[in-house]
Design a protein around this ligand. Structure first.
Ligand SMILES: Nc1ncnc2c1ncn2[C@@H]1O[C@H](COP(=O)(O)OP(=O)(O)OP(=O)(O)O)[C@@H](O)[C@H]1O
Length: 224
């Protein structure tokens, strides 16, 4: 399988605080990778480096065969940041609008969505089991329902790679299971590559194909 993310000798520091040193890993097309590690070991930092939001202090990172600083095809990468919409209590938008917002690069900011865009939004909401809530204000949804809407928002642009930073935060055990099942079936059926930061490896390990562990500045593949 081709490599879709490749890190070599990657180091990162915030000022004098070294977060990791000379780590290396590859993610292959169709992988479902869990990234685990204790609080503060740099998992979110690593995701933000993959996304080109932070510049490494050493080494290189390539995404879809291009150096990340030259990469321009960001619609192919879907990102669900940590605690995406958990605190959006007064956010004045419906579920449908939140998902649609991720299509504006295709629609054009000042144009109106066409039927094909509306259909895509509904398909994405249906995929995560939230189409019945499409007209609901996001502030009127539970934490788990918001997380599903955020996943639909990532999925609507048909990304090749999804980067999910703790997608199950604030989600009850039953919903966690169905979210993992959903991710796993998307991964198997569409071949989408998923990189997911999680603290919940106990439950996630049954669904993911590989586990990368970031501890004390080093990254290792776990085979359990
Ligand atoms: N903008 C920043 N400036 C300085 N230090 C930062 C910044 N962001 C994060 N840090 C520090 O870098 C370290 C790694 O943070 P990061 O958020 O990447 O960890 P994490 O592994 O995702 O943690 P958690 O599991 O708690 O979400 C932490 O010690 C954190 O305090």
């Amino acid at each position: 399988m081709p490599k879709v993310i490749e890190a070599e000798n990657l180091s990162f520091s915030y000022g004098n605080e070294s977060i990791f040193t000379k780590i290396g890993f590859s993610v292959y097309k169709g992988d479902f990778v869990a990234v685990i590690g204790s609080n503060g070991t740099g998992k979110s930092t690593l995701m933000r480096i993959i996304l080109g939001e932070l510049t490494p202090t050493g080494g290189s990172i390539r995404i879809l065969n291009q150096d990340v600083e030259k990469f321009g095809d960001w619609p192919k990468i879907g990102y669900l940041p940590q605690s995406g919409l958990q605190s959006a209590d007064s956010f004045p938008a419906t579920a449908e609008e939140i998902v649609m917002a991720n299509l504006f690069s295709q629609i054009g900011l000042l144009r109106f969505p066409k039927k094909k865009h509306r259909d895509k939004v509904h398909q994405a909401l249906e995929l995560v089991g939230m189409d019945a809530y499409s007209k609901r204000m996001i502030s009127e949804l539970s934490g788990g329902q918001r997380q599903r809407v955020m996943l639909a928002r990532v999925l609507v642009s048909d990304p090749e790679i999804m980067i999910l930073d703790e997608p199950t935060t604030g989600v009850d055990a039953g919903t966690v299971k169905s979210l993992y099942e959903l991710l796993s079936s998307l991964n198997r059926e569409t071949g989408i590559t998923i990189v997911m930061v999680t603290h919940d490896i106990g439950r996630a390990s049954g669904y993911v194909s590989r586990i990368l562990s970031l501890e004390e500045g080093s990254l290792e593949e776990r085979n359990d």
